[in-house]
Structures are given as C-alpha cells and as structure tokens.
Design a binder for this molecule. Structure first.
Ligand code: CA
Length: 226
C-alpha cells in the first residue's frame, strides 16, 4: 500500500512519514500544495493525507482538482480543531474522512486502515484467504492461526494482494503500489518477492497468470487439496 502525505509543517510531515512507514506503508511526501497536487495527479496512491492550509495551492483546491480529474483515491484531510466549516468544505470537496489537529497518531492510522480497506471493498479489519489471515491492525499474518515472519517488503506485497484478492494484479501495479517514488523500481524484484512469499505461505494461494501477473485466491488452494 502506497500513501501520499501533503503537509507543510516539516516536523508533522516527518512524524507522519515515520509512523506510516513503521505501519508498513510506502510513503511519498510533499511540503506544498502544488507538489502534492502533481504527485496525486500522476501517481497511483492507495490513500492520501492532505493538510488544508498549504502554501502555493490550498488543500481544498488540490482536492477539488483531483476529483475534477476523476482521481478516486481515498483522501483524509487534516483540519484545525475549532474550524467546523473547514471540515464541511473538505468533505464537500471530496474528502472521505478528516482528523482535527492536534491528533493522536493511532487515530490517524486507524482511519487510514479503514479508508484503504473500504476502497478495496473490505468491511472487516481482518482479511482472510483460505488458511491465510491478515490482521491489518497488528500488521500480522497467520497461516492456520500460526504467525509467519515477513520482511517489510514481503508484508507490503502480501497485504496488497490480500486487499485485492481474487483479481489478477500486474507486476507494474505491484511496483506502483509497493514502493515510494525514490525507490529504485525494478519489476523483476517482484518476482523474487513472490518466490519468497510462496515459501512462507501455502504456495498454491498465489497463482501466476502468464503475461498478466499474479492472483491471490483460495481457488488455487482448494484445487490443490483435491
Ligand atoms: Ca499547514
């Protein structure tokens, strides 16, 4: 899962990026509205955290421009505590949720988890695929109830595939959603990570669809057990 943080306060920006990185997300960041708008316009994010008071282009204008151009990613806005009208304007401009400053990082993380899973069509915070279970709150994966150890890249890959299970996901899509923009992206590394994942989970859960990509589903597991 790849997120964008648009926040001009350098300290808060840094704290947000650190917390989201710890939580297992790839994070891009912008310190003004223009750069934020450009990134959201050109890169595919799973969710965006958008401050409203920004230099160069204010948050409401950024959000309105994205929605006008049919960008549908979930957007959580950061508003001032006492300005109820900012929240209304933000939601009307196309925000999906808001957090008022100052906020507890745990609350922001919970709201982001909910936005990301709802955008992928999941209501529960625990995702299941056959024997595989992802607890999005604890960032923990189990197979038949037994926890498995994953590196941060393996976790990101599996979490993305579990959010989008039952659908073929291309390597390009994976690269775009697993790495931040500064990462040296090479779609061959995806193959390597898929290989490593298959050693840690029942391998038949991830099907290679030739020329298209990969599909995580329990159909493969059911076919293999017959
Ligand atoms: Ca600000």
């Amino acid at each position: 899962m790849r997120l964008l943080v648009v926040e001009d306060d350098p300290d808060l920006n840094r704290q947000l990026v650190a917390a989201l990185d710890d939580a297992g997300y790839a994070v891009d960041t912008a310190l003004d509205g223009e750069e934020g708008h450009f990134l959201g316009d050109t890169e595919p994010y799973d969710a965006v955290i958008l401050d409203l008071g920004l230099p160069k282009m204010d948050g409401i204008s950024v959000l309105e421009a994205w929605r006008r151009d049919a960008h549908k990613m979930p957007v959580l806005i950061l508003t001032a505590r006492d300005r109820w009208n900012e929240k209304v304007a933000g939601m009307d401009a196309g925000a999906d949720d808001y957090v008022a400053k100052p906020f507890h990082m745990e609350e922001l993380l919970a709201r982001i988890r909910a936005l990301v899973r709802r955008a992928a069509g999941h209501a529960s915070s625990e995702l299941e695929c056959g024997p595989l279970r992802l607890d999005t709150k604890m960032a923990r994966v189990t197979v038949d109830g037994v926890p498995i150890k994953l590196t941060s890249h393996e976790f990101r890959l599996l979490a993305y595939m579990m959010h989008h299970q039952g659908r073929v996901v291309s390597r390009t899509e994976l690269v775009e959603h697993l790495y931040d923009q500064d990462f040296d992206r090479d779609s061959n590394t995806i193959e390597v990570f898929i290989g490593r994942l298959r050693k840690k989970i029942p391998p038949e859960l991830i099907e290679t669809v030739r020329g298209l990509g990969y599909c995580l589903s329990q159909d493969g597991a059911e076919a293999a057990s017959k």
